[in-house]
Ligand binder design. Structure first.
Ligand code: ADP
Ligand code: MG
Length: 397
């Protein structure tokens, strides 16, 4: 990781109020927390801060409220789960920087955590106006002596609690941010070769930037998922009613000219987008006009596994098919198994992307079979594209 980034462990925190930006953005339905992975991942930093006599004040977002209080996106259920997992009291403020928050911060003791309400209830958090964001960041900063960012999933956002507040307080990276950056650095600076990237998911245009940035650096790029059909079309094949981004075909043709791109040779083609659709495996070079490709086929899984064999570095983003429906999950399972097998051979294997990580869990594949599963899909892709991430840049100053 960049040596200029100070770590939370290096801060003298005893007796200090530490504003901690955590990623607690978990699924919550009717007040019940679903997959609590992100809450669990946030515990070690808070535990460490409490052990060292600090008074953590946690700021986090949940869902996409529109800059105003919205009970459906209250962090209250998250606070309860955090308290259980942390084994220390979590005092929940009723607002973000209002009277309730100020009172909770004033009264806090070194043996407990204060959790502010959903930071996206405050319009200043996501404002495009620097002054509005800055004014809100001033109020957050007034709550603490130090700032620690442990929310990797948000570092690509120029938001008040991610960016502006770090310009106002002595700051450091938390262990989650440090771990993510360390892995991404291994992918970008001198990766062990052969280096293969597997991309899938639904939208080509979302990922063309990352393909453009990665192609010169990788030895092989395997393309599956909904994005492969634009590449197949660029080779002149009929893709039926599969996902196709006609305006990206030219660009995909240029990518194919590098000779590094491997495409599926067969696909599972369905007569409609449904779990109970009629489907069959067809050649990727001739998808019937009334069929849509919803997964890569078994010969493609074998081809991808063969192409990956021997790789020392693998980055995988995007499911190979509509894994949410069982008949179209086998391509993703096959590729996940092939990548996981490389981990045991000593390769660095990284899974990035919200749906890719969800697919690994949904398919019952043990997460420990990969070197690293990134918690921040958008943030890790932007890092690999070589973009400057505001939340990281600000920590380096
Ligand atoms: P990630 O979140 O890992 O970056 P994306 O958001 O890009 O992944 O894409 C995930 C979605 O892509 C999944 O919901 C999956 O159902 C969909 N998908 C994968 N293959 C296809 C396909 N052939 N046709 C339509 N959708 C697909
Ligand atoms: Mg996604």
């Amino acid at each position: 990781m960049p040596s200029r980034m100070r770590l939370a462990a290096d801060l003298d925190v005893e007796g200090k109020r530490v504003l901690v930006r955590s990623d607690l953005n978990v699924p919550v339905h009717d007040g019940a927390v679903g997959d609590d992975g992100r809450i669990r991942a946030s515990v070690p930093l808070l535990r460490d801060l409490l052990d060292r006599g600090a008074r953590p004040v946690v700021v986090a977002h949940l869902g996409r409220p529109k800059g105003e209080p919205d009970p459906a996106t209250s962090l209250a259920p998250v606070g309860e789960r955090l308290q259980e997992l942390l084994g220390a009291p979590v005092r929940m403020a009723q607002d973000v920087v209002g009277e309730s928050a100020a009172e909770a911060v004033r009264a806090t003791e070194p043996d407990r955590v204060v959790l502010l309400e959903n930071v996206r209830w405050a319009p200043g958090e996501t404002s495009k106006d620097d002054a509005a964001r800055g004014a809100f960041a001033d109020r957050l900063a007034a709550f603490a002596d130090l700032y620690v960012d442990d929310a990797f999933g948000a570092v690509h956002r120029k938001h008040a609690s991610v960016y502006d507040v770090a310009t106002r307080l002595p700051h450091a990276a938390g262990p989650l941010v440090a771990a993510e950056v360390a892995v991404l650095e291994r992918l970008t600076s001198d990766p062990a070769r052969p280096y293969a990237v597997v991309l899938g998911g639904s939208k080509v245009s979302d990922k063309l930037q990352v393909i453009e940035a990665l192609l010169p650096k990788v030895d092989t790029l395997l393309v599956g998922g909904g994005m492969c059909f634009t590449f197949l079309a660029a080779q002149g094949h009929a893709v039926g009613s599969s996902l196709l981004e006609q305006d990206q075909v030219e660009r995909c043709r240029a990518f194919l000219e590098t000779g590094k791109v491997v495409l599926p040779v067969d696909v599972v083609a369905a007569d409609r987008f449904a779990a109970d659709a009629a489907s069959e495996v067809v050649s990727a070079e001739a998808i019937p006009s009334d069929r849509m490709g919803l997964d890569i086929g078994p010969r493609s899984v074998e081809l991808f596994a063969r192409s990956l064999a021997g790789s020392q570095t693998v980055f995988w983003n995007g499911p190979m098919g509509v894994f949410e429906m069982a008949p179209f999950a086998e391509g993703t399972r096959g590729v996940a198994e092939a990548v996981a097998a490389l981990t045991s051979d000593g390769a660095l294997t990284v899974v990035g992307g919200g749906d890719s990580a969800a697919a690994v869990r949904a398919l019952g594949i043990d997460e420990s079979r990969f070197t690293h599963i990134s918690t921040g899909g958008g943030a890790s892709l932007e890092y690999l594209e070589g973009k400057a991430l505001p939340g990281l840049t600000v920590l380096e100053d």
